[in-house]
Write a protein that binds this ligand. Structure first.
Ligand code: ADP
Ligand code: MG
Length: 631
C-alpha cells in the first residue's frame, strides 16, 4: 500500500474548490506567482564547506566501505591501463627482436590476464560509485519526504506541490551526477596527476615549476565558469519547478480546461515556461561546455612556454634528450586529468547548489509541534471530557484580514452544534484551529479542561474525525481508503463502517467490491459515493469529536438523503460540530452559532433565532427560497 501524502484527516484547504480558485487566478494572470526563492541561493557561497561536510557526515559516511572498494577498483583500472601500455615494450623486444618462441603464448596470456583484471575492476568502479550515489539519493529523498510530510499546513500551503516534486526528481538527479562524477573522478584524476607530477619532477624540477606557473589561471577560469554555471543551473532548476507547477495544475484541472476550451491557453503558459527554462539550461550548457576548451587553451600555452624553456636548456647542454622526451610526455599526459578536474569543478558546483536546495527542504521545521510536556488527550472517563470551548480566539492567516475575531464557542459533550454564516465568515477556520492546522493568535481552545496546546498532536487528531465537502480519496482500493480512518482495521470493521455509512450497497454492486480502486482522487466514483466512503472512514475512526464541513452540500437530493442517514448514525453520542450550507440540515442542532466576518453575531436554537429575526432568520429564508427555486 502506498503511503498517503497527508495525514488521514482530510484537509479542508486541499479541497478541489480551493485548488480551482488557485487555478483560476493562475490562468488569468500567468506568472503572478514568482518561484519561491530558495533559501541560501548561490549568493551564499561561504556555505560550500558546510554543505560538503554535511554530505560527508549524513550521507557519505554510511557508504565508506562501498566507496573504498570503488577507490581500489579505480586504482586497479588506472594501473592496468598503464600495464597494457607498458607490455608493448617487452612484447616488441622479445617477439620481434629476440624471437623467443614461447612468448607467442606468454604475451597474449598476459594481455588476457590484464584485460580480465581490468574488466573486473572497471565493473567494481562503475557499480560501487553508481550504487552508492543512488543510495545517497534515496536517503536524501527519504529525509525530504519525512520533512515534508510532518510540516504544518501553513508551511505546506506556502509552496506549490509541483515545485516540491521537481526538487524530488531533478535536483536530486543533479546531486547524483555530482557524486558519481565527483567522487569517482576526483580520486582517479588526482592519483594520475600526482603520479605524472612525480615523473616530471624526477626529470627536471625547474621545468616542472615553469609548467605549473599557469595553474592559477586555470583555477581562476574554472572558478568563474563554475560560478556562472551554478547561477544558471539554479535558475534552470527554479524554472523546472515552475514548469512542474504548470503541469500539475493542467493535469488536476483537466476537466475545467476541456470544459472552457482552455487547451491553447494552457499550452501558451506551458510553452512560455518551457522557453524560460530552456534559456537558463542553455546558459548552463554553455558554461559547462566552455570549461574543457578554456583549460585546454591555458594548458597548451603552458606547454608551449615549457617547451621553449626546455629547448633553450637543451641547446645549452643542461638537458638530455631522453629527459626532455620523458618530461614533455608526462606534461602532455597531465593535461587530461587537469581538464577533467576543471570540468569536475563545474559539475560539483551544480551538485553543491542542488544539495543546498535539498537541505533547505530537509531543514524545514514544522511550526506546530507538541509543547514541552504535552500529554495525550484524556477523553474516556467523564462524559464532560469531550466538551469543546473556544475562548476569545482570534486568528489571521499569513495573508489577509482577520479570519476569526474574539470568537467564543461552547460545544457541550455529546451535543450537535452548528456553525452557519455567509461564505468566508470563518467557519472552516474554526475547524482548522481545533485540529491545530494553525495556531490562534490570541485566546485559548479547550477540550474538556485541557488546553489543546498542551495535548499531543497525535492524540488530538486521533480523537477528531473530519468529513469535508470534497473528500480526499487516494488511488487505492475502497477498503484501503476506508481503513485510513484507523490504519490496521480488520476487514469486518471496514465493512461494518461502510454499512453504517450506507456505502456497502454500492460497493458490493461494483465489480471488484471493496478491492476496486477508486481512480486518481476518487475519479471513478460519484460525489455521493466518495462522500459516503469518507463518512465510513470517519465512522471507522470512531472518534468522540466529529467535524462535518459542508459534508452534504455538493450532493444531489437522493445522495444527500442517503448521506444524511449515514450522518445521523455517525453523530449519535458524539460531540459534533456541523458546518452546513443547507440550513434545513441543522434544524435539530442543539445550538447554532451564526458567524459573520469572523465574529459570532448570534447564538441559540433554530426557533429562538427565527423569532429574533436577525442574520440567521435572513439566511434561512434565503436558503428556503433557493431550495424551492432549484426544486
Ligand atoms: P468559511 O469556511 O466560513 O467559508 P473560511 O474559514 O474558509 O470561511 O475563511 C475565512 C477567511 O479566511 C476568508 O476571508 C478566507 O479568504 C480566508 N482564508 C481561508 N483560508 C485561508 C488560507 N489558507 N490562507 C489565507 N487566507 C485564508
Ligand atoms: Mg468553509
Amino acid at each position: 500500500m502506498t503511503v498517503p501524502l497527508l495525514s488521514p484527516v482530510n484537509s479542508p484547504h486541499d479541497s478541489l474548490q480551493s485548488r480551482m480558485n488557485f487555478q483560476a487566478k493562475n490562468v488569468a494572470a500567468p506568472g503572478v506567482h514568482p518561484p519561491l526563492r530558495e533559501r541560501g541561493s548561490h549568493k551564499t557561497r561561504a556555505g560550500d564547506f558546510q554543505i560538503v561536510k554535511r554530505l560527508l557526515r549524513d550521507y557519505l559516511g554510511d557508504q565508506w566501505l562501498a566507496l573504498s572498494i570503488a577507490a581500489v577498483c579505480m586504482v586497479i583500472t588506472a594501473g592496468t591501463s598503464g600495464a597494457l601500455a607498458a607490455i608493448l615494450n617487452p612484447a616488441i623486444k622479445k617477439i620481434f627482436l629476440d624471437k623467443v618462441p614461447h612468448m607467442l603464448v606468454t604475451i597474449p596470456l598476459e594481455i588476457m590476464g590484464i584485460v580480465l583484471l581490468r574488466a573486473v575492476a572497471s565493473f567494481g568502479e562503475q557499480y560501487f560509485t553508481n550504487s552508492t550515489a543512488e543510495r545517497i539519493v534515496a536517503a536524501v529523498q527519504r529525509d525530504m519526504f519525512f520533512s515534508q510530510v510532518r510540516l504544518d499546513l501553513g508551511s505546506l500551503n506556502a509552496v506549490h506541490s509541483g515545485e516540491i516534486i521537481s526538487k524530488f526528481l531533478y535536483d536530486v538527479a543533479m546531486l547524483r551526477n555530482a557524486i558519481i562524477r565527483g567522487v569517482a573522478g576526483l580520486g582517479k584524476e588526482v592519483v594520475t596527476l600526482v603520479a605524472l607530477l612525480v615523473v616530471m619532477l624526477l626529470q627536471d624540477w625547474q621545468l616542472t615549476l615553469i609548467s605549473l606557473a599557469l595553474l592559477p589561471a586555470v583555477a581562476f577560469v574554472t572558478q568563474k565558469l563554475g560560478r556562472s554555471l551554478r547561477k544558471s543551473s539554479t535558475r534552470g532548476m527554479e524554472e523546472t519547478g515552475v514548469l512542474a507547477r504548470a503541469l500539475s495544475e493542467t493535469l488536476s484541472g483537466r476537466r475545467i480546461i476541456k470544459a472552457y476550451n482552455l487547451e491553447d491557453h494552457a499550452a501558451e503558459i506551458a510553452y512560455a515556461r518551457i522557453a524560460r527554462r530552456l534559456k537558463y539550461i542553455l546558459k548552463a550548457v554553455r558554461s559547462r561546455s566552455a570549461s574543457v576548451p578554456s583549460t585546454d587553451l591555458i594548458g597548451g600555452l603552458a606547454a608551449a612556454i615549457t617547451v621553449a624553456f626546455a629547448g633553450w636548456q637543451a641547446m645549452h647542454g643542461q638537458l638530455a634528450v631522453n629527459e626532455f622526451a620523458a618530461f614533455v610526455a608526462a606534461m602532455l599526459l597531465a593535461q587530461q586529468p587537469v581538464r577533467n578536474l576543471s570540468q569536475l569543478t563545474a559539475i560539483s558546483n551544480e551538485g553543491l547548489s542542488a544539495a543546498n536546495r535539498l537541505f533547505a527542504i530537509i531543514d524545514l521545521k514544522p511550526r506546530i509541534v507538541d509543547a514541552a510536556g504535552a500529554r495525550p488527550l484524556e477523553l474516556r472517563a467523564p462524559a464532560e471530557a469531550s466538551r469543546v470551548r473556544f475562548e476569545r480566539v482570534s486568528f489571521q492567516y499569513e495573508t489577509g484580514a482577520p479570519a476569526l475575531d474574539e470568537v467564543s464557542l461552547d460545544i457541550p459533550a455529546g451535543k450537535k452544534v452548528a456553525l452557519v454564516g455567509p461564505s468566508g465568515s470563518g467557519k472552516t477556520t474554526v475547524f482548522n484551529l481545533l485540529l491545530r492546522f494553525h495556531e490562534p493568535d490570541t485566546g485559548t481552545i479547550k477540550i474538556g479542561e485541557q488546553d489543546i496546546r498542551n495535548i499531543t498532536l497525535k492524540s488530538l487528531r486521533e480523537n477528531i474525525a473530519l468529513v469535508t465537502q470534497d473528500p480526499i480519496l487516494f488511488d487505492e482500493s475502497i477498503a484501503q481508503n476506508i481503513s485510513l480512518g484507523r490504519p490496521g482495521a480488520t476487514r469486518e470493521a471496514i465493512i461494518a463502517a461502510a454499512r453504517a455509512a450506507a456505502a456497502d450497497g454500492f460497493i458490493q454492486a461494483t465489480e471488484r467490491g471493496y478491492d476496486a480502486t477508486v481512480g486518481e482522487g476518487g475519479l471513478k466514483l460519484s460525489g455521493g459515493q466518495r462522500q459516503r466512503i469518507a463518512i465510513a472512514r470517519a465512522m471507522l475512526r470512531n472518534a468522540p469529536i466529529l467535524l462535518l464541513d459542508e459534508a452534504t452540500s455538493a450532493l444531489d437530493g437522493e445522495s444527500e438523503r442517503q448521506v444524511q442517514e449515514a450522518l445521523a448514525t455517525l453523530t449519535k453520542g458524539r460531540t459534533t460540530i456541523v458546518i452546513a450550507h443547507r440550513l434545513s440540515t441543522v434544524l435539530d442542532a442543539d445550538i447554532i452559532y451564526v458567524l459573520e466576518r469572523g465574529r459570532v453575531v448570534e447564538r441559540g436554537c433554530h426557533a429562538d433565532l427565527m423569532v429574533k429575526g436577525g442574520l440567521y432568520a435572513r439566511l434561512y429564508r434565503h436558503n428556503l427560497s433557493d431550495g424551492q427555486e432549484s426544486a
